[in-house]
Design a protein around this ligand. Sequence first.
Ligand code: PNW
Length: 497
Amino acid sequence: ERVAAPAGEVRFPQGFLWGSATAAYQVEGAADEDGRAPSIWDTFSRTPGKVHGGDTGDRACDHYHRFREDVALMAELGLTAYRFSVSWPRVQPAGRGKADQRGLDFYRALADELLARGITPFLTLYHWDLPQALEQGNQSGQSGQGGWPARETAYRFAEYAHLVAEALGDRVQQWTTLNEPWCSAFLGYGSGVHAPGRTDPVAALHAAHHLNLGHGLAAQAVRAAAPGAQLMVSLNTAAVRPRSGSAADLEAARRIDALANRVFSGPMLHGVYDEDLFADTAHLTDWSCVRDGDLAAIHQPLDALGLNYYTPTLVSGPDPDAAAPDGTPVRDDGHGASAHSPWPGSEHISFHQSGGERTAMGWSVDPEGLTELLLRHHREAPDLALYVTENGAAYEDVPGADGLVHDTRRIAYLRQHFTAMREAMSRGADVRGYFLWSLLDNFEWAYGYSRRFGAVHVDFATQRRTPKASALWYARVAAAGRLPDVDPYPDAGAGPE
Ligand code: PNW
């Protein structure tokens, strides 16, 4: 039987882009082909104990060889945009110097295939796969002391950006510098649950600044090489909420907002670091890594802002009741298990889920957080177009007897988040498009292949792709520009189970 949707039509403007997103290391595979050198994620995932089940991106979805089939799939679903990332060590294996033509040719062919099918390519320059050679810091010969904590990496990133923009600027208009620099800095160098797996709070803070600098220098490099480019950055700015109105909880929210959001949005969008960020971390660094002229270099005009949203961040201040018996704060923040906090100087703050249904990542389903986030950025940067560059959910997707995945909870999740996005738009947010994370089940970083975010199921043994019920539902939304009144799958749209 059919389930009626909540009352009221939810319709999107003409030309609104309905897309999907992936990232190079999560889907491409072909890790050792055509001159590609290792990235920090190859090294990390090949190190025992770092990734669930010892999984690596060596084969992933084999998208490097199957991209034509994957683009055809997007076209069949009626998607009008595709957000992908370029693998830095595929196009510039040493992280400096000469490009590898074969790598660039792959992305040219991908862009051409998309354009031929009327799908707008959105290219991201950096989705976490730093060339291993740059992490090694081969300038000084010291091993393991390069990477984003080193200023040099920002300059190398700009050089790489210039080279990609020269090669693809004729066919790609939509350029994103960084994806979620928070994860690169604080999961990569702070808690160590992401590559390169360092656990040094000072290195993490310096990485944040050099990612900001890299963003600004790369933005300038792309503009120089591809004058028609539309530029943006994708931030996972979190809607940070205090658990109560107590002074301690409000203070916790202020501190985490500085470290999660303002450390990036401040310099990139407004040309400033807020004083409270410096004060909160003064015992760790004097921030002398911020040199004269850096803020101006970082603060480049952008055309749009990309927001990745999964769940809000709910925090509380020091609270004896919330601490484990050994005194460590409760950290149900969905950032993975680590003895090291990803919040330099704010290790005493506790994190909570906001209640209600959770996805297979343990993240609360909270669509109001998306409305909140879009409206916040609309207020703070009223001139920027907004894109939801990632949103989606992992569920335990098991194919039914008919071989299909009836992922009705994902359909309910999408309906709720599309409605929340539309709500922000009707209150003024200039949202131009939505990118579902993800097109395909893929390599979910520290979780390996154990978490499935795809609208399309991937059988990794055979590489067979099978659209889930949610993909067919999403195709209907993309075709009609509105949510269906009635969800066509028997048990779909019923909301949380
Ligand atoms: C984002 N956290 O990753 C990435 O941009 C995607 O590549 C990824 O697959 C997707 O979200 C789903 O996880 C995140 O711990 C990874 O807060 C970790 C966190 C946030 C985002």
